[in-house]
Design a binder for this molecule. Structure first.
Ligand SMILES: Nc1nc2c(ncn2[C@@H]2O[C@H](COP(=O)(O)OP(=O)(O)OP(=O)(O)O)[C@@H](O)[C@H]2O)c(=O)[nH]1
Length: 694
């Protein structure tokens, strides 16, 4: 018998080369590429395995023990299988066909007991078979015919189920996916509402002076009015004019505004449109006008830079009329205030106008109810964990209260106002920095205070729905993708999970990576988030046959172990363009051999000591692997890398040590780094040369 090459054998089995190669890996069969020859033994091992998949799992044991079946019988089954596949070749959706499963020995036509079924996003093979009233073995066999390897308990996605249904002449309806439970609002009675400060967003074209205006107002109307006060940057602040307050969202540009609107939440009551008097209405000015119009938010125009000799406020007003904003002094309704952010002129008038518009808008809220509002900014702080700037829109937020923000559960541990002062409660329109969330929510997420049990349950439900949605998008067992890769024998999509230390870089990296998509390979970001790389991230990458990219974060121990087991590639970077370069190179097959990092071990810092001349020494316990005195080291705090460098000294008791194994204590000094803290994790690694692949 001539030896079969991988791709030939794949063809014979009607599988894609990639699929077969994955199977070979699973079965520990050695091969180099799709051109490699396979031994008879390997071929039989694969065939046996496929046959086993056709049997219900509880029968598999039995099958194993009955393994000594005659070769005759084996052949028969295979023939039957190929026959049924040949029949399928000419299949069109909706045709019913003869299907002889291994257990339906008499070639009876397999017919479903129903004409129509309704399923959710996915269904297990067992349940599916039950719904149709068909032997599960028959369903598994059909799935294999379609290139999907699934056992009884595996889930198939809705699309696969539909195509499968068509084979049995059954119409498969898909239930609308459950929407993540809305964070239910409480209705307020009109008599409960009282005035609250207006929330203002500053928008405008690049360089027209948004930041300068926000800074000028902050200096004039926040710090100056209260001697010695220093404003913190928390993404929002409150200014005072004539004893009344105005809340400014301190994120210039309409990104924040649109992100919130995209989540169906609206925090802004009034938009200040900054237009430079020397430049006039520009593309982003028009964009800002359109956003405000779409959101039904009133616009006040700040005609900025009037100090400039070539400023021409009338020209600005003229141009604004073309976009439906007619200045009051020209008989229209739009308030236009000439200002100079640099000279701090016109600011008071601008703020008075904001209050005037606010009065007309009747901006009110009920302070006496569980708080509801919006996340303005959020990040993973190296020392404090998840930190979110939140704007209370209704009710009063108090320390100790449980809440759900987006899909994140939290219990307010501490709150700071925009001056960094600790506060115990925050009423409507008050921006606060909140500690105590279990994870980092997204900017624009709505938050709602509710009782703890409910908050945990709601957050859990929303997360499940979100994860299911992500899994669905990741194309797990999606026929489209399988067929594509089967036909090409190559992967057509590069699925990536991104984790990073701050939302901004995660988003930037995601967008840049997606832009690398070419006609040949599409880059999909199937999940991105802030925080260390976790086991769930690995599971997500496994489900979608993807890779993980970490930016300034590391996998935790469980994640690393899972990644090893599932053979998931994790790549970590500290510079965005390096990540982009690598992915680009992998996509064009141009990766050079590289020195790959190998993690040697981890240690936990239990105490730190200041030693004259040597600096700070970390008293550690080696929790995993080992540490060697030549290793490189990474300091990890709350899943975030805070330092990378070399080891200066490694000691056991008083003596220098070459290496210290898991389970032992040691003292570690780092080169040029003394900021080690208790509870830090030290990760030791080294480099080996390997051929690169992504
Ligand atoms: N002469 C003059 N220059 C101003 C005034 N306001 C801002 N500028 C200048 O205009 C330039 C842009 O100002 P920014 O405040 O950075 O503008 P921005 O709209 O926030 O810009 P982006 O954040 O890049 O969109 C800076 O060089 C400011 O010094 C003003 O009232 N008069």
């Amino acid at each position: 018998m001539t030896k079969k090459r991988v791709y030939e054998f794949a063809k014979e089995l009607k599988l894609g080369s990639k699929q077969l190669m994955k199977l070979l890996n699973d079965l520990d069969i050695d091969y180099k590429s799709h051109m490699s020859s396979l031994s008879d033994e390997a071929v039989n091992k694969v065939k046996d395995h496929l046959k086993k998949l056709e049997q219900p799992q509880d029968k598999q044991k039995e099958a194993n023990s009955n393994k000594v079946k005659s070769d005759e019988e084996k052949k028969k089954k295979l023939q039957k299988k190929n026959k049924s596949k040949d029949q399928r070749k000419g299949k069109t959706k909706g045709t019913q066909q003869n299907n002889a499963g291994p257990r339906s020995r008499k070639n009876e036509i397999v017919k479903a007991k129903v004409e129509e079924i309704e399923i959710g996003e996915s269904i297990s093979v067992q349940e599916y078979a039950k719904l149709l009233g068909i032997e599960a073995t028959d369903v598994i066999k059909k799935l294999i015919g379609l290139g999907v390897m699934a056992t009884l308990n595996n889930e198939i996605d809705a699309e696969t189920a539909q195509i499968l249904g068509a084979e049995y002449g059954v119409e498969t309806k898909i239930k609308e996916p459950e929407k993540p439970e809305e964070l239910e609002d409480i209705e307020d009675k009109p008599e409960e509402l009282i005035e609250r400060p207006p929330v203002v967003t500053v928008m405008g074209h690049v360089d027209h002076g948004k930041t300068s205006l926000l800074d000028a107002i902050r200096e004039e109307n926040v710090t100056a009015t209260e001697a010695g006060g220093i404003t913190q940057h928390i993404g929002a602040y409150q200014a005072q004019i004539n004893g009344r307050k105005i809340t400014f969202l301190d994120t210039p540009g309409h990104e924040a505004f649109t992100a919130m609107r995209a989540r169906g939440a609206q925090a802004t009551d009034i938009a200040i449109l900054v237009v430079a008097a020397d430049d006039g209405v520009m593309p982003q000015t028009v964009e800002a006008i359109n956003h405000a119009k779409a959101a039904g938010v009133p616009v006040i125009v700040a005609i900025n830079k009037i100090d400039k000799p070539d400023s021409n406020p009338d020209r600005v007003k003229q141009e604004l009329t073309e976009h439906g904003l007619v200045s009051e002094d020209w008989g229209g309704e739009t308030i236009c205030v000439p200002v100079s952010a640099i000279r701090k002129e016109g600011l008071d008038t601008l703020l008075e106008m904001v209050l005037l518009v606010a009065e007309m808008q009747e901006i009110k809220a009920n302070p006496d109810r569980p708080a509801r509002g919006i996340v303005i900014e959020a990040e993973l702080d190296k020392g404090r964990g998840p930190v979110a700037t939140m704007l209370v829109l209704k009710g009063t937020l108090k320390v100790g209260q449980p809440l759900v923000a987006g899909s994140i559960f939290g219990k307010v541990r501490a709150m700071m106002d925009y001056k960094g002062r600790r506060i115990k409660s925050a009423g409507p329109s008050v921006p606060v920095e909140v500690l105590g969330l279990s994870d980092v929510p997204n900017a624009g997420d709505v938050f709602q205070v509710m009782d703890e049990k409910k908050a945990r349950a709601v957050a859990g439900e929303i997360q499940t729905v979100k994860r299911e949605e992500e899994l669905r998008r990741s194309g797990k067992i999606s026929l489209d993708e399988l067929f594509n890769s089967m036909q090409a024998g190559e992967i057509k999509e590069l699925n990536i999970v991104i984790k990073g230390d701050v939302q901004g870089s995660v988003e930037a990296l995601g967008q840049s990576l997606e832009r690398l998509s070419t006609d040949e390979v599409k880059v999909n970001i199937i999940h991105s988030g802030v925080g260390g790389i976790s086991e769930t991230d690995v599971m997500l990458a496994t489900a979608s046959n993807g890779i993980i990219i970490g930016f300034n974060v590391r996998p935790d121990n469980n994640a690393r172990k899972a990644a090893e087991k599932e053979e998931i590639d994790i790549h970590v970077y500290r510079v965005i363009y390096e990540a982009l370069d690598d992915v680009k190179a992998a996509m064009t097959g141009l990766l050079d051999p590289e020195f790959k990092e190998v993690v040697l071990g981890q240690a936990k810092v239990r105490a730190t000591f200041k030693v004259p001349k040597a600096g700070t020494i970390a008293g550690c316990y080696v929790t995993d692997g080992k540490v060697t005195n030549s290793a490189k080291v990474r300091v990890i705090r709350n899943g975030v890398v805070v330092h990378e460098g070399a080891i200066d000294s490694l000691r056991r008791f008083k003596d220098d040590a070459k290496e210290v194994m898991q389970g032992y204590e040691c003292g570690v000094g780092l080169e040029n780094y003394n900021d080690i803290k208790d509870e830090d994790i030290l990760e030791f690694y080294t480099f080996v040369e390997v051929q690169r692949e992504l």
